[in-house]
Write a protein that binds this ligand. Structure first.
Ligand SMILES: NC(=O)C1=CN([C@@H]2O[C@H](COP(=O)(O)OP(=O)(O)OC[C@H]3O[C@@H](n4cnc5c(N)ncnc54)[C@H](OP(=O)(O)O)[C@@H]3O)[C@@H](O)[C@H]2O)C=CC1
Ligand SMILES: N[C@@H](CCO)C(=O)O
Length: 428
């Protein structure tokens, strides 16, 4: 057996502790599988004397993660602190600059600095791996870069934020409104320190941008992801979608078209009996479509200590084996800048409108939709105690840009009493 692979782990929170536990529990198995012993030399976190439920006494301590990354006895730097910049980026750059491989779960850092970090890694010959950054325990990056390497990928989609899926499925199961279930998720510790990252679709957008770059061979382009969060999804939307045979999911989709790469992360109605529709709680699902393989579906835990640490250690094991794959699946210099394209794919839409309950209001809305080429498939006005009439419209498939123009016109009629809510209905 060769010399041990010595880890330096920065960040001893949920994921960091999980990684320590796996190294301590499965040392023999990992050595047998990789042909190399994997050990921990040193660790770092903000607070040294915190009881983390694992024995850290055998490891050196560094207050400064950059110093940890540079230590002589650290062969591989494991970044599990989080944050797109600050110490996570500084320490990752220090390790890569020194030619040391880095494994990280930090989607925020990679979605913004992925190209620069990949270029740095390749310039020094260091590996940079981030399986845990996308969909926690699901090995979707490995699937794309290895198992599906011979496929032209046409579409990557899925549910990539467990917290949003928990909130949406709990709303449906309990019949409680968004605010109440958001508070419940907060009390259970599910939300990121900045909850907008979850409910605003940003965290899932980071993950989609990473998958999209790998799938289509482009530079990672988080700014190109069209984002819509789940904050405006009401319990009424969920009930009405269910009555029509749909469930609402925060669905990410990246596809390559002739116009460029479309990336979107938004609440979407999906058939209730489809694999996505049946996804409960914090589970994630990634759907990949390739020209030879067709469609494959990967489902599993998208977060949590065990699943995320499992993905981190999968990367560590690959490095121990000497596997050398560029961070985004092909050399960074060959990744083309992403050519952004707004979604032009026609799909049906669910519209929630609130109208003044006056003669002709509904007719004016229907007229504006018609003038913009939007055809109504279904329409219903609900009982209402007050002056505002809640109206649900389902359109026939139409281009999102045509609908956006139409909704501007609908708002300009003066008969709507709140901003219209438009949700896409998934195209097969
Ligand atoms: N939790 C999850 O399920 C998943 C997390 N991830 C990603 O994994 C990474 C870690 O997440 P998670 O474990 O949940 O985060 P936690 O908040 O649980 O832990 C963060 C750790 O980093 C340490 N830390 C923070 N800032 C510094 C600093 N300036 N210097 C040294 N140490 C620092 C903290 O120290 P201290 O403990 O002393 O405060 C803590 O140990 C993030 O990038 C996250 O996005 C990815 C997928 C799933
Ligand atoms: N906040 C993320 C954690 C895992 O990336 C989620 O809810 O999925």
């Amino acid at each position: 057996m060769t010399t041990p692979l010595r880890l330096g782990i920065a960040g001893l929170g949920t994921v960091g502790v999980g990684v320590v536990r796996i190294v301590q529990t499965h040392a023999d198995m990992l050595a047998a599988r990789t042909g190399r012993a994997i050990s921990i030399s040193a660790v770092s976190a903000r607070t040294r004397d915190k009881d983390r439920g694992v024995d850290l006494s055998a490891y050196a301590w560094e207050d400064d993660p950059v110093a940890l990354a540079k230590r002589e006895d650290v062969d591989l730097f494991v970044e599990l602190m989080g944050g797109s910049d600050g110490p996570a980026k500084a320490a990752t750059e220090a390790a890569l600059a020194a030619g040391k491989p880095v494994v990280t779960a930090n989607k925020a850092m990679l979605a913004i600095h992925g190209q620069a970090l990949a270029e740095l890694a390749e310039s020094t010959g260091a590996a940079l791996r981030f399986e845990a950054a996308v969909a926690g325990g699901i090995p979707c990056i490995k699937a794309l870069t290895e198992g599906l390497a011979a496929n032209e990928i046409t579409r990557v989609s899925g549910v990539m934020n467990g917290t949003c899926n928990y909130i949406l499925t709990r709303m449906e199961a309990s019949g409680k409104p968004y605010d109440e279930i958001f508070a419940e998720a907060d009390a259970l510790g599910f939300l990121e320190a900045d909850p907008t990252l979850d409910v605003g679709g940003i965290d899932a957008g980071h993950k989609l941008a990473l998958l999209s770059a790998i799938a289509f061979g482009t530079q990672v382009d988080f700014e190109g992801v069209q984002l819509q969060g789940i904050q405006e999804v009401s319990i009424d939307d969920i009930h009405r979608a269910r009555d029509m045979g749909y469930r609402i999911k925060l669905l990410g989709e990246a596809r390559r078209t002739e116009a460029g790469v479309e990336q979107s992360m938004r609440p979407t109605l999906v058939p209730a009996d489809s694999p996505l529709g049946q996804l409960e709680g914090g589970t994630n699902m990634v759907v990949i479509e390739g020209d030879s393989v067709g469609q494959i579906v990967l489902r599993g835990a998208g977060a949590g200590e065990g699943p995320t640490a499992s993905a981190v250690m999968g990367d560590v094991a690959d490095i121990a084996r000497g596997l050398d794959i560029p961070p985004f699946g092909q050399p960074a210099a060959t990744l083309a800048p992403a050519q952004r394209a707004n979604s032009a794919t026609e799909c049906a839409h669910y519209l929630r409108l609130s109208l003044t309950d006056t003669p002709g209001a509904l007719a004016r809305v229907a007229t504006v939709l018609g003038q913009n080429g939007i055809s109504i498939d279904r329409m219903r006005q609900y009982d209402h105690p007050g002056e505002d009439a809640p109206v649900l419209i389902v359109t026939h498939p139409c281009a999102p840009s045509a609908l956006a123009t139409a909704l501007e016109g609908v708002t300009a009629t003066g008969v709507v009493t709140a901003d219209p809510i438009a949700l896409q209905i998934q195209t097969p």
